[in-house]
Design a protein around this ligand. Structure first.
Ligand code: HEC
Ligand code: HEC
Length: 217
């Protein structure tokens, strides 16, 4: 069943890679990324209409880990979560670990070119500078995600700066419902799942608005 659903995607990825690979000296990652760009865009920026996060801000180690998480069914396994299922199909269609790593590295490189052309996407915070409560909540997040939300590889904490509020909310919801981070082998997802988050809805919303306003790492 799973195999049958994946086949057309796999064929599409192979076809794209073959078509592109035949032409220029394009890297394998770049050739595979053509298929990703349908949803993630050429620049890997966030797009709410497609529900895609900003993958250009993500380092290769984290994108590769998430591609494996989708492939392993740790993330996106819920049959009625069509948004995450899209990713599962594409992660499963990656032919090998080398292909997975190559496309993760290519996507991370999109961030470098973005940084060269536009240093930051800092949005003015709609509520002004964070109040003491928001700051205190963010310090909790910063212990794993970095003082500016730039990510801490050693702790498995990805950059959260540079992601829009709607995506942050969607992932926080997935962690709290356990559709992300609850697989026993998903060590880093499990750590995020038990991380303390504000229980007051207004404080939670203020924290998300603040993260949304942080400059792209
Ligand atoms: C059909 C649309 C679609 C295609 C094609 C697609 N993605 Fe995605 N991708 C998504 C969506 C939607 C999400 C967010 C899913 C969620 O909320 O769980 C996502 C999430 C991701 C994430 C997780 C980001 C994070 O912050 O955790 C990575 C990494 C990623 N995609 C990489 C890729 C790569 C590499 C490819 C090509 C091999 C690809 N995607 C192809 C739609 C797509
Ligand atoms: C104990 C360490 C830890 C703390 C504290 C923590 N996180 Fe995380 N967080 C992680 C790890 C590790 C991941 C990556 C999980 C994975 O690999 O799937 C993560 C993932 C996330 C993601 C998903 C990012 C993406 O691109 O999909 C969001 C959003 C997030 N954290 C927000 C927060 C917020 C907001 C706070 C503070 C309220 C917080 N985290 C506190 C460790 C932590």
């Amino acid at each position: 069943m799973k195999q049958r659903t994946c086949a057309p995607v796999a064929v599409a990825l192979l076809a794209v890679a073959a078509a592109v690979g035949g032409q220029a000296e394009e890297s394998p990652g770049a050739a595979i990324y053509y298929a990703c760009a349908t949803c993630h865009g050429e620049r890997g920026e966030a797009d709410e209409a497609r529900m895609t996060p900003a993958i250009a801000v993500l380092p290769a180690w984290y994108s590769a880990a998430q591609l494996r998480a989708y492939r392993n069914g740790w993330r996106g396994a819920e049959s009625d979560d069509f948004t995450a299922r899209k990713m599962t199909l594409f992660a499963e269609a990656l032919a090998s670990d080398e292909a997975l790593q190559a496309v993760a590295e290519y996507a991370a490189g999109l961030g470098d070119s973005l940084r060269d052309s536009e240093p930051s996407n800092a949005a003015p915070s709609p509520s002004g500078p964070p109040d003491a409560v928001t700051k205190a909540h963010f310090e909790g997040c910063a212990s794993c995600h970095g003082a500016n939300g730039e990510g801490i590889e050693e702790l498995g904490g990805p950059p959260i700066a540079g992601q829009p509020a709607w995506y942050l909310n969607r992932q926080m919801d997935a962690f709290s419902r356990g559709t992300r981070g609850s697989h026993p082998d998903d060590r880093f997802g499990g750590q995020m799942r038990v991380a303390p988050t504000p229980s007051d809805p207004d404080e939670f919303a203020a924290l998300i608005r603040y993260i949304d306003s942080l400059p792209r790492p």
